[in-house]
Design a protein around this ligand. Structure first.
Ligand code: GSH
Length: 216
C-alpha cells in the first residue's frame, strides 16, 4: 500500500491528484503545517520535515513532481506519462521539472513572507517581487495554452497535474486575479476534472477524520 504524507493545500496535492487520476489505492496521512514545527515526530520519517513524503515498500520519496512521475511509471502504464519515443517527451519532462524548480519556488517566498513568518519578519517587498517573478514565469503556461487545452502531447498528462497545482497555490495566495486569459481558462478546466475534485474531497475527508485543521 502506498502511504502519502500530506498537508491540506500543500505540494503533496500533486501526488494525491495523480493517485486519484490513476485510481490507485493509498493511505493518506494528514499533518498540521508546517510539520517540522507542529508534528516533530514526523522528522523521524522525513528528516527534512517537508511534505510530500511517499512510501511505497522500500521506495521513499520527497519530491512532489518526481513522485507523480514515479507513480505513472512504476504503477503504470498510464496515459498520464509521455513515453520516451513520443515527440512530446522532452516537453513533458520540461514541464515536470519546471513545475517545482521554476514555478513553485517564487511562490514559496510569497507564502513565507506574507503568512508563515511571524508578523515582525513579514516583508511585503519580498512578497511583491516574487509574486511578479512567479507571474513572469507563468508566461510559459499562457503561451502553451493558447491553442491547446493541455500542456503537451495533445492530452491531459502528469504535466498538467504538477503545473495545475502551482495554479491552485497561486489562487490560495491571491495571485489568480493576475492570470492571463489562457491560464485562467486552463485552470478552470483542470478544476472541473473528476480526479481533481476527488483529490480535494479526499484531503478534506482525511483532515476531518484525522482532526487536522487547514494549513497555509
Ligand atoms: N521540492 C519539494 C519541496 C517540498 C516542500 O518544500 N514542501 C513544503 C510545503 S508546500 C514544506 O514542506 N514546507 C514546510 C517546511 O519547509 O518546513 C517538492 O516538490 O515536493
Amino acid at each position: 500500500m502506498i502511504t502519502l504524507y500530506h498537508c491540506e493545500g500543500a505540494r503533496s496535492f500533486r501526488p494525491l491528484w495523480m493517485l486519484e487520476e490513476m485510481r490507485l489505492p493509498y493511505e493518506l496521512k494528514m499533518l498540521p503545517f508546517p510539520p517540522r514545527v507542529f508534528a516533530k515526530e514526523y522528522l523521524a520519517i522525513n528528516p527534512l520535515g517537508t511534505i510530500p513524503f511517499m512510501i511505497d515498500d522500500d521506495t521513499k520519496m520527497s519530491e512532489s513532481s518526481g513522485i507523480c512521475h514515479y507513480l505513472g511509471t512504476r504503477h503504470g502504464p498510464s496515459d498520464l506519462i509521455v513515453a520516451m519515443n513520443d515527440p512530446a517527451y522532452g516537453a513533458f519532462l520540461n514541464w515536470m521539472y519546471f513545475s517545482d524548480a521554476t514555478l513553485t519556488f517564487p511562490q514559496t517566498l510569497v507564502l513565507r513572507y506574507t503568512r508563515l513568518e511571524p508578523e515582525e519578519r513579514r516583508n511585503p517587498q519580498v512578497a511583491t517581487d516574487y509574486a511578479k517573478w512567479f507571474l513572469g514565469r507563468l508566461r510559459a503556461v499562457e503561451a502553451a495554452t493558447t491553442r491547446s487545452e493541455t500542456l503537451c502531447a495533445g492530452r491531459f498528462t502528469a504535466a498538467d497535474i504538477v503545473i495545475g497545482y502551482a495554479l491552485r497555490l497561486a489562487d490560495t495566495l491571491g495571485l489568480s486575479k493576475d492570470f492571463g486569459p489562457n491560464v485562467a481558462a486552463y485552470f478552470a478546466r483542470l478544476q472541473q476534472r473528476d480526479g481533481y475534485q476527488r483529490a480535494l474531497a479526499a484531503e478534506r475527508a482525511a483532515a476531518k477524520e484525522q482532526g487536522i485543521s487547514r494549513s497555509a
